[in-house]
Design a binder for this molecule. Structure first.
Ligand code: AHR
Length: 497
């Protein structure tokens, strides 16, 4: 089968906002405790954070990390996590029915984020709490000094404000499982008033208002419209969340899920723009896809988990090769929509539905999904070029037209590098792939890497990172084209200079 991706020099979808490669650390399972933080671990720094984990986070080159939740934030008292550790209370976390020790709070997390070169995307609790606690937290974090909350931050050892720029107004407030779940009108009013007050404290912040927790929610669509009707003038981004799974073991359908993500994004963009017209506003609301990933492998195990433990192994999906292929398709989809999706957070980062895994008192290891994320985050910088794709297609359950080729190219002017990301969804046929460009001058292939040939259910484990990319030399430059073969069921990255 033949397939082609064609791009032109000045035909761009958008500049890439680095925050597109964000991730997420929630106080959940072993994400914080025994994940990023394990004071007794041999690699831990003086604050108790594991250096081996920091190194892997740096490899992923994550510029933004959402914190502290997630469902957790809807019952969280941020004040419990500041001040001397010995005075911090142990509390019930009702979201995940565990015990929260509060050893890690905003100071510790901010320090850790700095060390991995990431900004914090902070969330406020709009479940059990409201305007007052949100503005107090913002004053504590971002106000210089001379007030009760800013001086308390200094007293707790952080002289300079944290200066957090991006803030989430609660989490998944449309979900009946959420502590303090609200109707769209209830949440819309609270979010609008919280946003107004927060911007009075610090007008430089960006606010993300909650959209739907998935496109399958019965309130999807109306929720976005109503919430935006209340908040349009005060917020900057609307959130989207989505998790995929291959529960029916239907690979053709599974690898088509990126088309669902694409549709989801486009629908939400339409709703934002509808409210803009209705309000006669000059503002443009962009999107924060602040939770996306595969999540289903661990569901049964979690259902059987004993409640009220500290850091139990919750949501520990072990990802296989087909998950890595889908993650590649989803990353390409985010890039295709980078004109409106400015922030995205792979949910999550360590142990909990995560690319990075740790053993308690032991080693770290990389899941299969680590690699496509790492490659796109490191090499997919600059601008996204408008793709013109020619590919045969198949039909799958729920999808009439699924192109075998999923592909995009980015151009980084700083180092004059063109990068092609491509998935071949075909289970049995290679694609004779032509990448045709107009307007660029390039004469060498920096590298061509591929993840291919693995059993579709193959997984990695501690000391066994088997499912990973390998370098190949199949591609040839011919005039303005690059020609290569994309193996059946493969994830491919080709960098050209
Ligand atoms: O990422 C895991 C959970 O998924 C988050 O806590 C919640 O926001 C979503 O339902």
């Amino acid at each position: 089968m033949k397939a082609k991706l064609k791009v032109q020099r000045h035909q761009e979808i958008s500049e890439i906002d680095a925050r597109l490669y964000g991730s997420f650390v929630e106080h959940l399972g072993r994400a914080v405790y025994n994940g990023i933080y394990e004071p007794t671990h041999q690699s831990s720094d003086s604050e108790g954070f594991r250096d081996d984990v920091k190194q892997l986070v740096k490899e992923l080159n994550v510029p933004l990390v959402r914190y502290p939740g997630g469902n957790f934030v809807s019952g969280y008292k941020w004040e419990d996590g500041v001040g001397p550790k010995e005075n911090r209370p142990r509390k019930l976390d009702l979201a995940w029915r565990t015990i929260e020790t509060n050893e890690v709070g905003v100071h510790e997390f901010a320090k850790w984020a700095k060390e991995v070169d990431a900004e914090v995307n902070m969330a406020v609790n709009l479940g059990t709490r409201g305007i007052e606690e949100a503005i107090e937290l913002l004053e504590y974090c971002n106000f210089e000094s001379g007030t009760y909350w800013s001086d308390l931050r200094k007293e707790h050892g952080t002289e300079e404000p944290f200066g957090f720029k991006t803030w989430c107004l609660g989490n998944e407030m449309d979900g009946p499982w959420q502590i303090g779940h609200k109707t769209a009108d209830e949440y819309g009013r609270l979010a609008a008033e919280t946003a107004k007050a927060m911007k009075l404290v610090d007008s430089t912040i960006d606010l993300v208002v909650c959209g739907s927790s998935s496109s399958t929610m019965p309130t999807f669509g109306d929720w976005e419209r109503i919430v935006l009707e209340h908040t349009y003038e005060y917020v900057d981004y609307l959130s989207l969340h989505c998790y995929y799974g291959n529960r029916d073991n239907d690979l053709e359908n599974y690898l088509a899920q990126s088309l669902d993500m694409d549709q989801f994004i486009k629908t939400v963009v339409s709703i934002c723009d509808y409210v803009k017209v209705k309000k006669g506003s000059d503002r443009k609301i962009n999107l924060s896809f602040d939770e996306w990933n595969v999540w289903y492998h661990s569901n049964d195990q979690d259902d059987a988990m004993e409640p009220w433990q500290v850091a139990p192994p919750l949501l520990e999906d072990i990802y296989n090769f087909e998950d890595a292929l889908l993650i590649g398709c989803l990353l390409i989809t985010l890039l295709k929509n980078s004109d409106r999706v400015k922030i995205a957070c792979l949910a999550q980062l360590v142990n909990v539905i995560a690319p990075i895994m740790t053993e308690n008192d032991g080693e770290t290891w990389k899941q299969t999904i680590f690699y496509p994320f790492m490659q796109v985050s490191n090499y997919g910088r600059g601008v996204v070029l408008t793709p013109s794709v020619e590919s045969e297609a198949y039909s799958a359950k729920g999808f009439k037209h699924v192109p075998y080729l999923e592909s995009i190219a980015t151009y980084n002017e700083e180092n004059n590098e063109l990068v092609v990301f491509a998935v071949n969804r075909s289970q049995d046929e290679a694609l004779e792939f032509i990448f045709e460009q107009e307007g660029f001058v390039f004469d060498s292939i920096i590298e061509e890497s591929t993840m291919e040939g693995f059993d579709i259910k193959a997984v990695n484990g501690v000391g066994a990172e088997v499912v990973k990319p390998s370098m190949v030399e199949k591609a040839k430059l011919e005039g303005t084209c690059l020609i290569t073969t994309l193996s059946p069921l493969s994830w491919n990255v080709i960098r050209i200079k």
